[in-house]
Structures are given as C-alpha cells and as structure tokens.
Design a protein around this ligand. Structure first.
Ligand code: GLY
Length: 421
C-alpha cells in the first residue's frame, strides 16, 4: 500500500516508524514530516492545514490510505475533503472531531450520554464568566473552548490565576477565536490517565493505558504543555480496568453521537481523572492519538498497525484484535528554551543516534539546515522512548539515551514516571 501520514511531530514520527514495519507497506510519505521521518519516508512539503493541496497530491500519487496525526487538520475537515476526492483516510469527520475542537460540544455529548465528567458552565461573555468564577471560587479549571495545542487549560488553585486565565482567553485573545468561549469546570483532585481506542462504527479496539506528564517542570510545576513525557502502563488505571472504561465512556458517547447522525472513525482519546476514592471522570476528548503517549504505545504494540487501520477504513475492524508487549515503555521529551512560549529555532542537535526497537529517538521539532545539520524548529524537539521489563528499567534506558543528546537551551524533566504528572 501507498500510505500518507499527515503531520510532522514526534507522534507522526512514531506512527511512520510503526507503519514502516508492516509487510503491507510499499511506499510511505509524510506531509510535512520532519528530519526524523525523512529517514523512513518521503517528506512532502505541504502544510497539514492545506487540505485541498493534500487531497490533490494524494489523488495524483494514488495514495491507498492516509493516517492523520494532529488535531488541526481533523478539526478543519481533512477527512471530509479526502472523502469528497474518493480517498481512503483514517480519522473522524469535521463534525465528529468537534469532540476535541469544542469543549462545549464534548461536555454536552458527555452530559447527554451519562458519561461521568466534572460539572461545568459555558460562557461567551466575559462579565458573566467572571461573575460565575467569583461565585464558585478556586480551585477551578478554566478552559478555552477551542484548540490551543494543549495550552488552553488552566488549573487555577488561586482566584487570581483563574481570573488571569479568563482574561487571557476572553479579553487578550491569547488563543484567538478558540478562547472567545470558555468552559469553567469543577476542579477534581486526582491523577490522570490517557485511555485511547481505535474506533470504526460500533467496533472499539482499546489501546493499553498510558499517562503523560503535562507540566513543564518537575513536581508538577510550571505551565501546562502538550506533554513532557509518558509511561505505559500506569498505576493510575490498570489495563484490567479498560473494558469497564470502554463501557462507561466510549460506548455511550458513540451512541449519543449516532443519535446526532455522526458515525465515528478514528482514534479516540479520553483524558480520565481518577480521584482518591477510585472514581473516574472524563476531563476531555481528543480525536487523535496523544503526543507523547503515542511514543510509548506504539513501541508496545505488536499488531500490524497498518493492517488494523486499513481494516477500520474498510469496515472490517471487528475481525481484528490488538496484541501488546508485556514490557513497559517510557518516553522523555526534550524541549527548547522558551517552550511553551516562543522558542529560538535553528539550534544544532548533537548526539542524535539511530535507535532500535528497544531505545527509540522520535524527532518532533527538527529540520535540516542548509549545511545539512539537524536543527531545532519549535517547542518540543524530540523524544527518547525505551522498553524495559519494568517502568523503572524503561525510564533508565530512556534517560540514558537522552543523556547522549544536546542542543542549546535543551530542557527535559528528570522525574517522568514519578507521582507528579
Ligand atoms: N499529551 C496530551 C495530548 O496529546 O493531548
């Protein structure tokens, strides 16, 4: 098969790495890819936001299957555009992707479906939002309604942080139109796990559970990021609990979507928080694989990902099941100085090494300079993932791999796998 992966981060490098192992694969392309995917696939210099150009390119190159990594093209309707061109693509339609692109839509679906989720109110007007915030007090969670690259959620322990977050969203336009509507949500004290599945209509194939570490700094300090590391399995949600979470979360949500005329095809990610009493609630949905969770899930996956995704698009997913390594996996993210704010690009990355199936380097924000060096480009630059017979061993190997790599302004958390997330 000729396969196109849309996206250019660490998740897409990991997807390309996994697809490359399939005996069904003939040619692999990434649009736009990065310096890491260039070693596995042909990078195609088309932006993931340029849906029309991607579709025309895919028709011209007779692409058999497209796999979409990031949320932005899904939210903008890449699946609808590819379907209109008669192209086969794995991902949800624009309407289904609203589960991620509108937190208000997701909340409404969850409430109607009876899925446990923190209480919330939605506001489009700053004065009413502020009055509500002052009524409920801190701790409280303020979320930009739309997409914000993992940076639009503020867990405010103090009122002044909540009010500042509200201002950033609604008055200062930090997230553009994504923040013109906000969701103000009940704060839940607990630990988070990432529960994902491959979905095609009624068929739900759950992935093993993972946990990401969202704060920039150790001990759960600093701003929220897209994720600074991940482990799988996680003590927060045992793999044996997955079936009951599928029944409690995915089954009713898919049923509720169907009542709205929406069939779901794609990855679906539930961010689940578990409190000290063991009760779980869904904080959010993503319509894609997590980043950096993918970089621990795919190393553990023994099944042929391409075969499974192809079956999902063909409507034969129910005859497949997923097989997993019993080994644990860990990944550590290296980011640039300034992340999650503005970063300096163009820093030479030294010590990059060819990984294997035990210790892997997945590049994220990298490009090749005019002089042929691999340089930084963006916030999260690369991850090192590793497998091990325990989480501790996987972490030791990931950190050992990371210790070989350097670039100016490089930052990574030293406590991935610990209690703070
Ligand atoms: N790591 C969180 C996310 O992918 O949304």
């Amino acid at each position: 098969m000729k396969v196109l992966v849309v996206g250019g981060g660490g998740r897409e490098h990991a997807i390309a790495w996994k697809l490359k192992k399939s005996h069904l694969l003939k040619e692999l392309y990434c649009a736009p890819g990065n310096a890491g995917t260039a070693g596995l696939a042909t990078n195609v210099s088309i932006s993931p936001k340029n849906l029309g150009a991607l579709a025309v390119w895919a028709v011209e190159h007779e692409i058999d299957l497209t796999v979409v990594g990031p949320e932005v093209p899904l939210a903008e309707g890449i699946v609808d555009v590819f379907n209109e061109h008669g192209l086969r693509i794995f991902g949800p339609t624009k309407k289904a992707a609203e589960l991620e692109s509108s937190k208000a839509f997701a909340k409404d679906v969850m409430q109607k479906a009876g899925v446990p989720t923190p209480a919330a109110e939605i506001f489009s007007d700053y004065e009413s939002a502020l009055a509500y915030l002052q009524q409920v007090g801190a701790p409280v969670v303020v979320k930009a309604d739309g997409l914000a690259a993992g940076k639009g959620v503020t867990v405010a322990m103090e009122m002044e942080d909540a009010e500042a977050a509200l201002k950033e969203c609604m008055l200062e336009d930090r997230f553009g139109t994504s923040g013109s509507r906000v969701v103000i949500e009940e704060y839940i004290d607990g630990r988070e796990a990432s529960v994902m599945a491959i979905i095609a209509g009624d068929t739900i194939l759950p992935l093993v559970v993972s946990q990401d570490y969202k704060r920039l700094e150790e001990e759960d300090k600093g701003p929220n990021t897209g994720g600074m590391g991940a482990i799988s399995p996680t003590p927060v949600v045992d793999d044996s609990q997955v079936e009951s979470l599928v029944d409690k979360i995915f089954v009713p949500v898919l049923k509720e979507l169907r009542t709205r005329g929406i069939e779901y095809l794609g990855f679906l990610y539930a961010g689940v928080i578990v409190n000290s009493a063991g009760e779980s609630k869904v904080l959010e949905f993503n319509c894609r694989l997590g980043d950096p969770e993918t970089q621990v899930l795919l190393p553990r996956m023994q099944s042929d990902l391409l075969q499974v995704l192809d079956a999902a698009v063909r409507g034969t997913l129910s005859s497949h099941e997923l097989r997993w390594s019993r080994e644990a996996a860990a990944t550590v993210v290296a980011s640039s100085r300034g992340y999650p704010g503005d970063c300096d690009d163009g820093k030479t990355i030294d010590g990059l090494f060819d990984g294997d199936d035990d210790v892997m380097v997945f590049q994220a924000g990298t490009s090749v300079s005019e002089s042929g060096e691999i340089v930084s480009k963006g916030g999260r630059i690369l991850v090192v993932s590793a497998l091990g017979n325990s989480t501790a061993k996987a972490l030791e190997k990931a950190y050992e791999g990371m210790s070989k790599i350097t670039f100016d302004g490089m930052h990574f958390r030293k406590d991935i796998g610990g209690g703070a997330a």
